[in-house]
Design a protein around this ligand. Structure first.
Ligand code: SF4
Ligand code: SF4
Length: 282
């Protein structure tokens, strides 16, 4: 059914209010889900473009923070359709491959500068070592080599938990036993509540579309390499906002390699059109 520009604008406005209040409603109502993702896409575009006051050169970090709040609101306001076995101190998954978009990397770097200003040199050295150990490794090589994330604390907890990237937020398991067996090399599916996958997809799709709409690379970068660049260069976020591809040397992740470009482009174009009031692509 075709819709007029006024109807689409009203739908977007309504979804923006709902998304601000409770995140996304995960479930089978596909059209509503889609418009909720478009609403969050528009929120992120506005932040990245500077339409939200007082963010200055931290607009990229602010976009990641908004996206993460969207994720957290969504998980609070939906009921998981299965058990979740994850708990503080359980950290097998923090030895696996992690990727993050540029705003997420800047958000973590700024969090470290703010929360760990006295030990930034030690953290940076751990990040550099992790980058040296794992650069260009794929998912399988990371699983086998067992290098922990450089931000994993000695107590088994994430030291940047409030700022952790989408890949970590969205990675949950319904079975610790399945995680242990997978970590031991068994080729076993990890059970995950569908609701969680649904919210994680919304989180990723909105950020990818907002990055493309603001002419930034919509990549998911190898985390340690990208974080090293962000921590070593105080002005990296400002340069990135000004259009410099500061992560050009960082390898994008396997999700990007495995998802056909045409499929990603079609999704991104549809979300940008819905988020900015253009005619929806056929
Ligand atoms: S995904 Fe698995 S390994 Fe990671 S915290 Fe959850 S149960 Fe533990
Ligand atoms: S950022 Fe935190 S949650 Fe993510 S892999 Fe590293 S320690 Fe684990």
């Amino acid at each position: 059914m075709s819709t007029t520009a006024e109807q689409r604008a009203a739908q977007l406005q309504q979804e923006r209010s709902l998304v601000e209040a409770r995140g996304i409603k995960a479930g089978p109502q596909y059209e509503q889900w889609w418009w909720s993702v478009a609403a969050e896409t528009r929120n992120l575009i506005d932040i990245l473009r500077g339409a939200v006051a007082n963010l200055g050169t931290n607009r990229a970090s602010a976009a990641a923070e908004h996206a993460h709040e969207f994720f957290e609101k969504s998980t609070r306001n939906n009921t998981p359709d299965g058990p979740i076995a994850c708990a503080k101190g359980c950290s097998l998954c923090c030895n696996l491959y992690v990727s993050a978009t540029a705003p997420e990397v800047f958000f973590v770097a700024n969090f470290i500068r703010r929360e760990y200003s006295g030990s930034i040199d030690q953290i940076l050295e751990r990040v550099r070592q992790s980058d040296r150990d794992t650069r260009y490794m794929d998912d399988r090589q990371r699983l086998v080599s067992r290098f922990p994330c450089p931000l994993l604390g000695a107590d088994g907890a994430c030291s940047v938990y409030a700022a952790r990237p989408s890949a970590c937020r969205g990675w949950v398991s319904g079975s610790l036993d399945a995680c242990k067996r997978g970590y031991s090399g068994e080729d076993i599916p990890i059970p995950r509540p569908e609701m969680w996958r649904n919210i994680r997809s919304a989180h990723v799709f909105a950020m990818e579309a907002a990055l493309a709409a603001t002419n930034h690379p919509p990549h998911h970068y190898a985390f340690a390499h990208a974080l090293r660049i962000a921590l070593e260069n105080l002005d990296a976020e400002m340069r990135w906002l000004n259009g410099e591809d500061v992560f050009a040397t960082v390898e994008p992740d396997s999700y990007e390699k495995q998802t056909p470009l045409a499929e990603r482009k079609a999704r991104v174009n549809m979300l940008i059109a819905a988020a900015t009031g253009q005619d929806l692509p056929k």
